[in-house]
Design a protein around this ligand. Structure first.
Ligand SMILES: C[S@@+](CC[C@H](N)C(=O)[O-])C[C@H]1O[C@@H](n2cnc3c(N)ncnc32)[C@H](O)[C@@H]1O
Length: 419
């Protein structure tokens, strides 16, 4: 497939996200519709699709500043954003980017937009510094976040919002969790080096790859020795610290990253629920690869908890649905898909779930509230609300992990049930 075809597919993803679709779903559909894409083409498409979302504020500002009147065709506009991303933020050869984008524009616009695209992209190459500087003159262009995101981050993190916004625009590392039943991080690093890869050890069973690779290129991945999981997400198992024989509920389990980690941690008896039957299959697949077992059920955890009549649990992991505002580096489309009212909606869902799940915790047991959000409303705000309504709950500790070079943004609060 030519570069212009990959650019055209990337432009389709830009359009789809603009229409409100989740980028990962869109890319999965494209991969299904184009089974002939090579691994390299899939990688290039992913890079373009994610890159445009990451820098969409600045790219749109640059494009608007070069247009005398709005571009009527949104498919051509999307294509221009893709090409601008390549010229501004990638190492792709400039002449190839321009020529191929012009070819794609000509094909899409049936010859009509060829010269406009050519002129826009060549002007960008001539005036790149000045155009990017001007784009950074407004906050959306500078931080690649909408005004309401910035307002909220400033309110919730008066000292750190700037670093958070900067972290959002960086590429996330590929981080691995080493199955502690099989090997430790130092041991796996040696295996990686034997295969010509390298990494940095983050913890006894975690390391960050020097360069991302497709998962199936990871040595011993199929054998269940290693999983891909962000370092911040890996903290959940440490916080909950399950023990052999404990009855543990992972109430919102899919795709199963934390379920697998809990079962690697100790021989606990795990029940893994998820409301989404399709996603729950990924939990089963992951556990099968790791050689671990859990009872899995596709269910709304709140409804399930109301009907549950089995013995209570020693530990519950409530990795509840949230805006995912902490994992923007991995899902940059989130910046443009979320709406200001979303955190209040997910917070209301969380309130119900936490209340129901708490009923399943045995006296003396514990529940870990976990989110991959940075918004106060879904984190400390939720915790305070929960504590006010549950006299038998004591918060042992809580912490917001801010996104940085090693981890995504997460929130954890460990609640003990007194009794
Ligand atoms: C943050 S993800 C969980 C990630 C997972 N714990 C992991 O580490 O791989 C939240 C999950 O909650 C599920 N979910 C949302 N509402 C739910 C509900 N009412 N009951 C059970 N699962 C729910 C979603 O389908 C989604 O898979």
């Amino acid at each position: 497939m030519s570069l212009s075809s990959v650019q055209t597919l990337a432009a389709q993803t830009v359009q789809a996200v603009k229409d409100g679709r989740n980028l990962s779903d869109v890319l999965a559909d494209i991969r299904r519709e184009h089974p002939g894409l090579t691994a390299q083409e899939r990688g290039a498409l992913q890079d373009l699709a994610f890159g445009v979302q990451r820098f969409s504020g600045s790219l749109n500002a640059v494009l608007d500043s070069m247009l005398n009147k709005p571009l009527q065709r949104s498919d051509i506009r999307s294509l221009m954003l893709v090409a601008l991303y390549q010229l501004a933020y990638s190492r792709n050869a400039e002449y190839a980017v321009v020529n191929e984008a012009v070819r794609a524009a000509s094909r899409i616009g049936k010859g009509q937009y060829k010269s406009l695209c050519n002129a826009l992209l060549r002007r960008f190459l001539r005036e790149r510094e000045a155009l990017l500087r001007a784009a950074a003159g407004n906050e959306v262009g500078k931080y690649n976040l909408t005004a309401w995101w910035l307002q909220r981050l400033r309110a919730d993190y008066p000292k750190h919002w700037h670093n958070i916004a900067a972290a959002f625009n960086r590429h996330p590392p590929m981080t691995l969790r080493i199955n502690r039943r099989r090997m430790d991080a130092e041991g796996y690093l040696n295996v990686l080096r034997e295969h010509g890869m390298d990494g940095t050890v983050l913890g006894s069973h975690a390391l960050m790859l020097a360069e991302a690779v497709p998962v199936d290129a990871l040595p011993l991945f199929a054998e269940g020795v290693v999983s891909v999981q962000d370092w911040g997400a890996q903290q959940a198992a440490e916080w909950l610290d399950v023990h052999d024989g404990e009855r543990v509920l992972d109430a919102c389990a899919a795709p199963g990253g934390k379920s697998g980690h809990l079962l690697e941690w100790a021989d606990c008896r795990l029940t893994a629920l998820d409301i989404d039957a399709y996603r729950l299959q990924r939990v089963r697949d992951n556990l099968q690869r790791l050689g671990l077992q859990a009872h899995t059920e596709a269910a709304d955890a709140a409804a399930w908890a109301s009907c549950y009549d089995g013995p209570p649990f020693d530990a519950v992991l409530a990795d509840v649905p949230c805006t995912a505002s902490g994992v923007v580096r991995r899902h940059p489309d989130i910046k443009w898909l979320r709406r200001p009212q979303d955190a209040a909606k997910t917070a209301a869902q969380q309130t119900l779930l936490l209340d129901r799940l708490w009923q399943l915790v045995k006296p003396g047991g514990r529940m870990l509230l976990a989110t991959c959000s940075l918004f106060h409303e879904e984190n400390d705000g939720q915790l305070q609300h929960f504590l006010q309504g549950h006299a038998d709950a004591v918060c042992r500790r809580s912490e917001t992990l801010l996104p940085n070079d090693r981890q995504d943004g997460f929130y954890y609060a460990l609640l003990d049930k007194v009794g």
